[in-house]
Design a protein around this ligand. Structure first.
Ligand code: GRF
Length: 208
């Protein structure tokens, strides 16, 4: 399967998926990287690894960037089957959501539906989890819809919140689990092990 990964930041999830592909544990290929921040760590890593980079959305000062429909066309040209958002901080345009039904995933660093939605990203999530007194957090991978963090949940991992955790410590512990979880999910996607329950809930079938 051909994957497109979308990033805005350091891209550690992107890296861990790419490394899993290189060692043969994910049977797919990252056909293209999409970013709104051409100078971010993720984009740099893509260029170092000869993965094509697309700038999206359009930046006024960058005449070579694309519109939503151009982006769909470009992804089709790369024969993209699935899109993995990995720290992409822009809302994905409705044109793309409609062009790729049940094919776009996002990772969020809390146990959704708690601590999600617009404004909940980065350290803010972990600070709010700690302040709430919640004893557990952890990453959620979900299919996306046209809103922030509300699409169907596919996979989650539980990470304990320790009594004296700082947001940085909790973030690091959650991020470690994100890397494992996204690789497992990418492997399942590429092996066509995602099944949809009648009520619209996606499930991962175990390997036979
Ligand atoms: C992760 O915590 C992810 O859950 C969130 O943004 C962060 C991305 O980290 N959506 P990285 O760029 O993959 O290192």
């Amino acid at each position: 399967k051909n994957l497109a990964v979308f990033v805005s930041g350091g891209g550690s999830n992107f890296r861990s998926i790419h490394e899993a592909i290189l060692r043969g544990s994910v049977h797919g290929e990252i056909a293209v990287l999409v970013t709104n921040k051409p100078g971010c760590g993720g984009a740099e890593y893509a260029r170092d690894n000869n993965i094509p980079v697309i700038l999206f959305p359009k930046m006024k000062e960058k005449p070579d960037s694309l519109s939503a429909n151009d982006l769909v066309t470009a992804l089709r040209r790369y024969k993209v089957d699935f899109i993995l958002l990995a720290g992409y901080l822009k809302l994905v345009p409705i044109e793309l959501v409609q062009a790729y039904p049940r094919s776009i995933l996002n990772i969020h660093p809390s146990l959704l539906p708690a601590f999600g939605g617009k404004g909940f990203y980065g350290m803010k999530v972990h600070q709010t989890v700690i302040a709430s007194g919640a004893r557990y957090s952890g990453p959620t991978i979900h299919f996306i819809d046209e809103h922030y963090d509300t699409g169907r949940i596919l996979a989650q991992r539980v990470v304990p919140v320790l009594a004296n955790d700082t947001a940085d410590e909790l973030a690091a512990r959650v991020l470690q689990k994100e890397h494992q979880l996204y690789v497992e999910v990418a492997a399942a996607l590429c092996e066509e092990r995602i099944v949809w329950r009648e009520d619209g809930v996606p499930l991962i079938r175990n390997k036979e």
